[in-house]
Design a protein around this ligand. Sequence first.
Ligand SMILES: *[C@@H]1O[C@H](CO)[C@@H](O)[C@H](O)[C@H]1NC(C)=O
Ligand SMILES: *[C@@H]1O[C@H](CO)[C@@H](O)[C@H](O)[C@H]1NC(C)=O
Length: 377
Amino acid sequence: MAENTSTRCLLLLVLVSAAAGVASGIADGPLPNGIFEQGPDASQLNGTRVTRQDAIPCWEISGFVEYIQSGQNQQDGMVLAVPEGAHAVRLGNGASIRQQLTNLARRSYYSITFSAARTCAQAEQLNVSVAPESGVLPIQTVYTSSGWDSYSYAFKARHTTAWLTIQNPGVEEDAACGPLVDAFAIKTIGPPHHEKGNMLKNGDFEDGPYIGPDNPWGLLVPPMDEDDVSPLPGWMIMSDTKSVKYVDAAHHKVPHGSYAVELVAGSECALLQEARTVAGRSYRLSFSVGDAGNGCAQPLAVKASAAYSSQVVTYESQGTGGSKRAELEFAAIADATRVVFQSMNHYMKPDGTLCGPVVDDVSLVSVHKHAARRLFM
Ligand SMILES: *[C@@H]1O[C@H](CO)[C@@H](O)[C@H](O)[C@H]1NC(C)=O
Ligand SMILES: *[C@@H]1O[C@H](CO)[C@@H](O)[C@H](O)[C@H]1NC(C)=O
């Protein structure tokens, strides 16, 4: 039986690699059996509960794990549609699933994308780890009307293989109350680098985590610690529990290029980057503020700040897309300066889900005030 399962996974691996057309290196896109279309045999299920560690091809489970069909009734009577394909996995108290990632390039950066839905428990979290690093992602705030959100996590590969583990650290009264997870994918990102004429890295947000073609709602980039690898190379997300949303031009309006960031959590969350500066020198931060074309029709205000300066920019959104340029000039007070973007308010779409201003195409340049003055002397 065990042999059977790993053979199925191997076959799938070969098919996925062939589809991606790569001979070596892990391909950007869904992980092998990342959408759980291949499930346990009937003999490895008791109701929905998976009874064998290796019952789900390409994955190993531990603890109370359920294999869920789309539309299946949840504990609380709610019927959840599954985002991709027809199956998902539910992680009970302390339960985890893991998959060995292979063909990683040592010292390269990767982002993991997956979808999760909170079920009956309230303050749910997911512990995502690619050993030895791990991060606890808060999933209690739901940003979509479907109940499913997509999350990103990033890591730097130390070896050519690594275990990706998703664990529900919860201790609910009802062991079956854990979150559902689905749609696992991977993408090579970074390392963060500067574009010519811009002191910021990845200022246009063109480098970032994988957004699947069937993901209409964007991808949450959760808060992180200072030394964590960011799924958005160059940028940090600072907050207790709130995230920003990474949106793509295929499903949203973005001011420039193919990607942008929507600030969906009011002033509780900051998008920031640290740049090298010279104290006393002047700098100009330029950026686009707009809306994602997702019905967030109200005046959307963003606060940009750096050193002792800040500026609030309001974009009169019709909810149909569009943007304007804005600038902040400031004098650096140290040899490193953080440029920070925050939404000024909590904004909501008519369906009650959170939305906010979109920030894109951010650049930072040094302003040569002295050179200009010399012309007049
Ligand atoms: C299935 O689960 C139920 C409830 O936990 C248990 O009573 C039963 O023995 C299990 N059946 C098998 C075949 O393990
Ligand atoms: C998260 O999971 C990793 C690996 O499974 C573990 O080492 C770590 O202690 C966990 N952290 C929390 C907060 O549960």
